[in-house]
Design a protein around this ligand. Structure first.
Ligand SMILES: NC(=O)c1ccc[n+]([C@@H]2O[C@H](COP(=O)([O-])OP(=O)(O)OC[C@H]3O[C@@H](n4cnc5c(N)ncnc54)[C@H](O)[C@@H]3O)[C@@H](O)[C@H]2O)c1
Ligand SMILES: O=c1ccn([C@@H]2O[C@H](COP(=O)(O)OP(=O)(O)O[C@H]3O[C@H](CO)[C@@H](O)[C@H](O)[C@H]3O)[C@@H](O)[C@H]2O)c(=O)[nH]1
Length: 329
């Protein structure tokens, strides 16, 4: 039986494929390569196509004997989602529904879903717990929340069991530096800073210095991609053991301001990282910090790379070894 990884050629998905292969799993991947890279795949059978196309997806489910799906395929840029929300509803909600329908049709019982801290919007309190109000401040978060809701109803009607894993800010790379983050264009804070350190950008635009935080810049909770993936494997086991559907936050429980991340990156890279203060980026909440206690207690998840300098150093190892990312592909 195979595990199907959608979006497996992307940043987080490729780390999941690598971990599953290391664990001895049989892996099939669906990715339309709109954002991903063939070279990011350490193995598995790749089907190039769009999760939103039912005919294509049915063919994959007919060829493969799939026991569970880990669904990463989505668009995930907060800023872009504010400008073109329809793109997010099409690719995240409609394509998500196509996957859910296909799973129901082929009676595949387990789904691990990439959800996000962005489903909470401006938090009611810090740290955020899973039962807190979910009121997204951007269409990206809304699109993920809609999928969570669809899953809840489809569980009730069809017994489709799922874990919605609400990631906070994911960073870092595979331990040997062989795979890592290569988004085009890159918009995430840590890789953008590292591109400045590499000399690929002159300076960092710091979006907003007037937030109600300790130094005026947004505060985020960074989680290492390998720790994040550990939680996916544990979530799969949890579902296979017959447990009920559930949502879990995945973060380190510690907030770092954008300025603190820049300072940490200066230390790690030895580069001055010039910064220009720029207006706020629409849709950004001021502070997002997770309580991941539930994942620790229920899934017995324990993050191993909790230091922010360690996380940045891990990303830097990949960037320094791959100045052009995955190159042309
Ligand atoms: N990076 C983060 O900090 C973060 C935080 C919270 C949640 N997430 C979620 O994690 C998941 C993975 O994020 P990532 O950073 O690896 O993104 P990514 O863009 O690197 O990977 C997504 C992959 O999915 C593929 N894809 C997109 N739409 C598709 C479709 N309709 N059909 C087939 N393939 C499709 C892309 O080609 C890409 O390879 C996303 O669902 C994202 O919303 C990411
Ligand atoms: O060039 C840049 C890039 C980012 N930022 C700021 O850095 C912070 C972090 O931004 P980014 O790295 O883009 O992450 P988020 O917007 O926090 O979103 C990430 O983290 C969310 C969960 O917290 C996920 O839902 C998203 O998928 C994922 O992209 C924000 O304040 C940005 O405004 C800058 O100031 N300059």
């Amino acid at each position: 039986m195979a595990i199907l990884v959608t979006g497996g050629a992307g940043y987080i998905g490729s780390h999941c494929v690598a971990s599953l292969l290391e664990a001895g799993a049989d892996v099939a991947v669906v990715d339309d390569l709109s954002k991903g890279h063939r070279a990011a795949l350490k193995g598995g059978r790749l089907y190039v196509g769009n999760v939103g196309e039912r005919t294509f997806l049915r063919e994959v489910f007919q060829k493969e004997s799939i026991e569970a799906v880990i669904h990463f395929a989505a668009y995930s840029l907060v800023g872009e989602s504010m400008d073109v929300p329809e793109r997010y509803f099409r690719n995240n909600v409609t394509a998500g529904l196509s996957l859910i329908e296909t799973m129901i049709e082929f009676q595949v019982p387990y789904l691990v879903f990439s959800s996000t801290a962005a489903t909470y919007g401006e938090p009611e309190h810090i740290p955020i717990v899973e039962t807190d109000r979910q009121l997204p401040t951007n269409p990206y978060g809304e699109s993920k929340l809609i999928v969570e809701h669809m899953l809840r109803w489809c569980d009730q009607a069809h017994g489709l069991k799922f874990c919605a894993l609400r990631y906070f800010n994911v960073a870092g790379a595979w331990h040997d530096g062989s795979i890592g983050e290569d988004h085009r264009p890159e918009t995430h804070l840590i890789p953008v800073i590292l591109q400045v350190a590499q000399g690929k950008r002159e300076r960092l635009s710091l979006y907003g210095a007037d937030y109600p935080t300790r130094d005026g810049t947004c505060v985020r909770d960074y989680i290492h991609v390998e720790d994040l993936i550990d939680a996916h494997l544990l979530a799969l086991d949890y579902l296979k053991q017959g447990n009920p559907s559930a949502a879990f936050n995945l973060g380190n429980g510690q907030g770092f301001s954008n300025r603190e991340i820049i300072e940490a990156a200066r230390k790690v890279t030895g580069h001055p990282i010039p910064v220009t203060e720029a207006p706020r980026r629409p849709g950004d909440p001021a502070t997002l910090i997770a309580s991941s206690r539930k994942a620790m207690e229920v899934l017995r998840w324990q993050p191993k790379h909790t230091g922010v300098e360690e996380i940045i150093a891990s990303a830097w190892k990949w960037h320094a070894a791959h100045p052009n990312g995955y190159g042309e592909d």
